[in-house]
Design a protein around this ligand. Structure first.
Ligand SMILES: NC(=O)c1ccc[n+]([C@@H]2O[C@H](COP(=O)([O-])OP(=O)(O)OC[C@H]3O[C@@H](n4cnc5c(N)ncnc54)[C@H](O)[C@@H]3O)[C@@H](O)[C@H]2O)c1
Ligand SMILES: [Zn+2]
Length: 360
């Protein structure tokens, strides 16, 4: 069974078995050439199944880059563009991004800038990219350790979401993506919340293909509604950044340590701390069940208080800010309703202290 979404009526997001949709889509598209982008893990774990389901020839050119966020930068783009040159990709070619958010963001960026733009499709292989990164047309790379600083908006030709790839995803990565699923529930779907509110790490591991199809259908629906209404992040799309103002700054900080956090681990702390700020500034009580779910799925992290000045500096560079303040977008309800708050550095410190006290 395939579920079809159409963000802004621009391109299809096809949720279901790849073999049911990809070959037909390719036959219609008929590109002049194809380049497949993978990282070292998706080449090993996802490429064989992808080639089989897609019907593409086994000698389709494959570019492999090293796995991980630390490679999401300009030097890797140069390596990808060099491969595009070698493969003689013209403007009627197609780039297929087979991987997580790093491959999707960076492969999409390389395609969008190659000869002023060649088409690309996203074939997300992590939970995070299936529910979030692959949808919405935001592409880019990190610069000077600041995440997603260089980038463009450009829609893919299509997004093929097949939960089959989740079978080989490491448990920590599955939890990482689940942070975005929780975020989508909290900002915009009571039905999704009711489906996942009782989850534990054991539940996540035990989900079947059908369970994932159900969860992804509800979660993708929230993302699609938001990007359809606000494709260029002028308003409600900022709500997708719930947890990301503090979360991104923590992620950048820990990236440079011996114990990097996954995106989802950082965003989970971000949602807990940003909710605390919302509670202080607006007197809005954050339901205990939200905190309980986040703390069940994401082990408590020790955050040294001394890092606040550094993460504050990172937060000041956040793209949502205006005129030197830090702006956070927080959910008013589970119905895509947003409020913006502007905390000061001392409140970030207090929020992280409050998070420390949550440790059980
Ligand atoms: N464009 C957007 O709107 C948007 C939204 C959210 C996040 N992002 C970006 O997404 C990135 C994070 O994405 P991610 O969590 O998918 O990271 P990722 O792409 O680094 O993937 C995580 C790890 O899982 C491995 N992997 C991927 N699929 C696998 C599979 N099926 N089996 C085994 N291993 C597999 C990867 O090799 C990597 O080691 C960040 O750079 C973030 O900025 C972008
Ligand atoms: Zn995110």
């Amino acid at each position: 069974m395939t579920t079809v979404f159409q963000p802004g009526n621009q391109y299809p997001v096809l949720l279901g078995p790849l073999a049911d949709t990809f070959p037909q889509w390719m036959a219609q598209r008929n590109p002049s050439g194809v380049l497949l982008l993978t990282d070292s893990n998706t080449r090993k774990h996802c490429l064989p199944a992808f080639l089989q389901a897609s019907g593409l020839p086994s000698d389709t050119p494959v570019v492999e880059i090293p796995a991980g966020e630390t490679h999401k930068h300009l030097a890797t783009c140069t390596a990808i563009w060099e491969q595009m040159l070698t493969a003689r990709l013209d403007r009627h070619a197609l780039v297929i991004n087979l991987g997580g958010g790093v491959i999707g963001d960076m492969g999409g960026f390389c395609a969008a800038t190659w000869k002023r733009g060649v088409d690309f499709v996203q074939v997300p292989t992590t939970l995070l990219s299936m529910t979030d990164a692959a949808i919405g047309g935001k592409l880019g790379i990190d610069f000077q350790q600041v995440k997603n600083t260089i980038g463009v908006f450009r829609n893919p030709g299509a997004v093929f979401v097949d939960p089959v790839f989740l079978q080989t995803l490491p448990e920590r990565e599955l939890r990482s993506g689940f942070a975005e699923v929780i975020k989508h529930a909290l900002i915009g779907s009571v039905e999704l919340w009711e489906t996942i509110c009782h989850f534990s790490p054991t539940h996540l591991q035990a989900c079947s293909y059908e369970d994932w199809h159900h969860i992804l259908r509800l979660s993708i629906d929230v993302k699609v509604q938001v990007v359809t209404e606000d494709p260029h992040e002028k308003g409600i799309r900022m709500l997708l950044n719930y947890g990301h103002t503090i979360g991104h700054a923590l992620e950048s900080y820990f990236l440079e340590t011996e114990h990097p956090l996954t995106h989802g681990e950082a965003i989970a702390i971000g949602m807990l701390t940003e909710s605390w700020i919302q509670q202080q500034q607006l007197g809005k009580i954050v339901p205990e069940e939200w905190k309980a779910l986040l703390l069940r799925i994401f082990p408590h992290q020790k955050i040294p208080a001394g890092i606040v000045p550094e993460i504050w500096q990172t937060m000041l560079q956040d793209k949502k800010n205006k005129a030197g303040s830090v702006r956070m977008s927080l959910p008013k309800s589970m119905q895509l309703d947003m409020e913006l708050v502007e905390p000061c550095e001392a409140e970030i410190l207090s929020a992280l202290e409050a998070y420390s006290l949550l440790q059980v």
